[in-house]
Write a protein that binds this ligand. Structure first.
Ligand SMILES: C[S@@+](CC[C@H](N)C(=O)[O-])C[C@H]1O[C@@H](n2cnc3c(N)ncnc32)[C@H](O)[C@@H]1O
Length: 186
């Protein structure tokens, strides 16, 4: 059972993530993705980004933790939610955009490659993938949870089958501790 599959893990994350959301990232996304596009969010967690995205786009939220999905559903009964693993993304639906904020660093490097391949299959023509990562070069495990850090050059390599529209560092907790990528399906 993973960290986010326990009430304790989810509560710990909710406390830690207080005061953070993807508002600035979504402003950047808006430069590339017209309003009312369809968006699949991977790993919604508490759903703060999903709340913002829903004001602009037709959003489907997903996570592989049923606990996060149930919590979100409680306060958003009309939300379109799917229990999905970010690697296999088992759905037959297609989207204009696949978005995640600090989710894919929980995958191994190999699984990130698999995830991006699968995302390509699920994106409509010219579809956009937008993801954020922690910047660095190490891999570590905390409380059974994997953290894989990436440098810009690593992400360029793993995303090479996409057109890279933007790849930049930004600040989440410490200066330039994060990277976002905007990819377009070729
Ligand atoms: C660090 S939290 C980020 C949550 C949210 N995106 C945010 O910005 O607050 C990571 C989220 O990814 C989810 N997650 C981790 N591994 C996943 C996987 N393999 N497939 C789908 N979701 C996953 C966790 O359940 C958790 O909701």
């Amino acid at each position: 059972m993973g960290f986010f599959d326990t009430e304790e893990g989810v509560e710990q994350y909710l406390k830690m993530a207080e005061g953070y959301d993807g508002k600035e990232l979504i402003k950047i996304l808006q430069k590339y993705l017209p309003e009312n596009s369809t968006v699949l969010e991977l790993g919604i967690g508490p759903g703060k980004d999903m709340d913002i995205l829903t004001k602009l786009y037709e959003v489907t939220g997903s996570d592989n933790s049923q606990i996060f999905l149930d919590k979100y559903k409680k306060n958003h009964q009309d939300a379109d939610l799917l229990l999905l693993d970010a690697v296999t993304i088992h759905t037959d639906r297609k989207f204009d955009c696949i978005y995640s904020n600090k989710v894919l660093h929980h995958l191994t490097r190999e699984d990130l490659t698999k995830s991006l391949q699968r995302q390509k299959e699920l994106l409509n023509p010219n579809g956009i993938a937008f993801h954020s990562f922690w910047k660095g070069s190490k891999t570590e495990s905390m409380e059974g949870l994997l953290f894989t850090y990436y440098e810009i050059k690593d992400l360029k390599k793993v995303a090479e089958s996409f057109e890279i529209l933007a790849i930049e560092t930004y600040t989440e907790m410490e200066k330039e501790d994060s990277i976002y990528v905007v990819l377009r399906k070729r």
